[in-house]
Design a protein around this ligand. Structure first.
Ligand code: CP
Length: 308
């Protein structure tokens, strides 16, 4: 495939064929990750900067791992030790990094649209690692790769996404990807965090949550952000856990038990109880490994696109 994008900003900007191409390369890298020793040369001579202005474990470390496994040089920018602390602006900081001749900048920021803004401002490849409430495209790609490896198809696959849909960039990107590939998506959660307008993404809203999870192949639990409780979207974390935390009865089916996914980090005892994720109906650990694979696929694709 001839890749036409300089950047990876959102699933909304990718065609079905482009998503399928990234998943095909992700599948290749996922198999490679099971081998040892692991080292490739695709990325030799290229430099990546991780520009994370919000906390992250999975996304930041897996981009670093992906870059290094491809043979790239990787630098982690740390906001706390930077001249941000002296008042340097986002624009000046990003331009400074760009003038150091990095080839790829991976950005996470609490404001929606920052990745797009930097992509227009800078000549290097920009990858959106999560911007505000908007998109988290590599999270969606890793979720899709996990599902593809488990089920082998998307057409007609039923996925219920449960939780804070309103503020979730993960839900937004994943829903866009699932719909492009032919899956059915259902939303449920506290009504205050699930306005009916969210159906514009192509999902069906179902209340109560027990109805939404009936007959689905996958229950995708979103992380609840504790500041939402302070903002009054639901009365207490305890109440959220009581109504929307994973229940054994959601899984208790005669034929096929639904599989559980979560983007992480999990709030133990809120979305999922302490004993749940180690069970064989959870895909959460596989999601993490697929995260390294799709980030390798993304870096390879952007760098190769440059050479075409
Ligand atoms: N899922 C996700 O983005 O996790 P991190 O915040 O740890 O990167």
């Amino acid at each position: 495939m001839k890749w036409k994008h300089k950047d990876l900003l959102g699933i909304n900007l990718l065609s079905k064929e482009e998503i399928e191409y990234l998943l095909e390369r992700g599948k290749y890298f996922r198999e490679f990750l099971d081998c040892s020793p692991k080292k490739m040369k695709y990325g030799e001579g290229y430099c990546l900067v991780n520009f994370f202005l919000e906390p992250s474990t999975r996304t930041r470390v897996s981009f670093e791992t992906a870059g290094r496994l491809l043979g790239m040089e990787v630098v982690n920018f740390t906001s706390e030790a930077s001249s941000f602390q002296k008042g340097e602006s986002l624009e000046d900081t990003a331009k400074t990094l760009s003038r150091m001749k990095f080839d790829v900048l991976v950005v996470r920021h609490h404001q929606s649209g920052v990745a797009e803004y930097l992509a227009q401002l800078l000549p290097l490849h920009v990858i959106n690692a999560g911007d505000g409430m908007r998109e988290h495209p590599t999270q969606a790609l890793l979720d899709l790769l996990t599902l593809q490896r488990k089920f082998g198809y998307f057409q007609g696959l039923k996925v219920a996404i449960v939780g804070d849909i309103l503020h979730s960039r993960v839900a937004r990107s994943l829903t866009l990807g699932l719909k492009k590939l032919g899956a059915e998506v259902f939303f449920s959660g506290p009504p205050t965090l699930l306005p009916l307008a969210m159906e514009h993404l192509g999902a069906k809203i179902i209340f109560p949550v027990e109805e939404a999870v009936k007959g689905v192949d996958v229950i995708y639990l979103l992380r609840i952000q504790k500041e939402r409780q302070e903002a009054g979207y639901f009365p207490s974390i305890r109440e959220y856990a009581h109504f929307f935390g994973l229940k054994e009865k959601w899984l208790d089916r005669e034929n096929s038990r639904p599989l559980i996914m979560h983007p992480g980090p999990v709030n133990r005892g809120v979305e999922i109880g302490y004993s749940f994720t180690e069970e064989d109906f959870s895909l959460i650990e596989e999601q993490v490994t697929c995260g390294v694979a799709v980030r390798m696929a993304t870096l390879e694709t952007l760098l190769q696109g440059e050479e075409q």
